[in-house]
Design a protein around this ligand. Sequence first.
Ligand code: NDP
Length: 537
Amino acid sequence: MISSITWTFTGRYFRLSSLFPQNVEMRRLLPVKRVIKQEVDKVEHTAVKVMNLKMYIDGEWKETSEKRPTINPATGEIIGYAAEGNERHVEKAVAAARQAFESGVWSELSAAERATYLFKIADKLEESKEEIAKLETLDNGKTYREAEADVEDAAACFRYYAGLITKPDGQTYNVAAPMQAMVVREPIGVCGLIVPWNYPLLMSVWKMAPALAAGNTIVFKPSEVTPVTPTKLFEILEEVSLPKGVVNLVMGKGDVVGEALVRHKQVDKISFTGGTVTGKRIMRAAAENVTNVSLELGGKSPNVIFADADFDTAVDYALFGIYAGTGQICAAGSRILVEEEIYEKFIEKFVERAQKIKVGPGNNPESEMGPLVSQEHMEKVLTYIEVGKQEGAKLVCGGKKLTEDSLKKGFFVEPTVFADVKPDMRIVQEEIFGPVVTVQKFKGEKEAIKLANDTAYGLAGSVFTNDGAKALRVIKKIRAGITWVNTYHFTFNEAPWGGYKQSGIGRGLGTFGLEEFQEVKQININLDVTPIGWFEN
Ligand code: NDP
């Protein structure tokens, strides 16, 4: 629940007033009144009462004595306080989800009835698009344009699964008479969903929509860095009157609340999106109860550009591939591989355009790239930039935190380019998750493929060429789950999302994403009800 928020932005950029009129309760616990001085041209002032974010367990909003601040990464200002849960909250949430699952209030509804709820959720997301997008921009830092697209995608994802779940499923087999064999799909049970901070709303929905469509009940944990839009999503789930206990929101530290969820005996499935290091830890913890796990993890994806590609298109998509979302996208094209004939020309043009990217607060419509999500993450990215320099890579653009007056309190880092890198450098091998790209030179298809596959990751990859057969030859050799030809980042609810190698296990989205939340049961029916006579006596 988000209460006590009255954002009154004045100025020409946007006006957010009387958000959440249904939640006008004023917080006594946190009577923080702040004046956030918007550093954006023409935006004069903002009076803010911070948001109070609660957990949602068994159909009720739960306050906690401990709270954690959530920060606007464009200004460094506190915009809210989120509940800080612990193992006891996880216990209650899992018990509620288990009870709801066993009772059949959700799992035994017809698929069409569950779909009706999902369609309503989609409608409500769309009705609140502007409000949610603004909240996402404030909490995560992404530009309003990016946040708005996330809300649209989230609504579309609910609609996709609402439609899919009512379509035929299951199979029958022609086996030896008098048997009839069939396979049915069933919900797994209680699902623990754990998501990161880079797409706080959309990642939640990518998991929630198929999990609910399949008839599961859920306990959901957002990243502690970005709890705002997941909380808003739960307000919507409450508004559509999902049966009590079907959806539960717990908040708190990953290694406390997340870990308790993963280790819980009554949790049948863990669906996790986040870093590879955390993914490994989750896999080990889930092994204790042999809990079913899906992992969508990190990436270091290659963007392979051949000399015969349309040059301007390749440069354009290469920029989009790395700097969209401030490079905080798991599938970001963070390793650009360029064929030697156009290597110098490519770097020159790429750098020229990277330097012109307008970096600024997401709520400024002129901003093309927002801040990094947190101070901690910004420091990690800046450390990687230092590592790159020490490793001997050539810094050809960017590399610094932005210090101009209007941005200095935020977590802004320049679009950064390293050239002349070597394959074994840390900046080439490790996920930086920021606006930092490496550019490598290759000669011919064979070397392009070798370099493209030369990391522990295998999430995504792209090829730019005007030779169709070459495009397919190379793509087929790239060991990654999501690939593109002459484009980057586009993905659809219909198509599977996930990685090879250390980028994960399982697939989200599409029919594959639904199957991740279903058990498969074989049913054999004897059509001749007579004894088998196996034993003579
Ligand atoms: P983390 O792995 O740090 O955290 C992800 C989530 O896991 C958070 O909710 C976190 O909680 C929780 N968590 C942390 N430790 C544990 C634990 N021991 N047990 C259970 N849960 C835990 O990732 P980030 O939030 O830093 O997100 C960035 C990463 O996510 C990048 O590596 C990126 O590539 C990846 N990602 C992958 C995507 C994909 O589709 N493959 C999509 C988006 C991002 P808390 O916030 O409290 O730490």
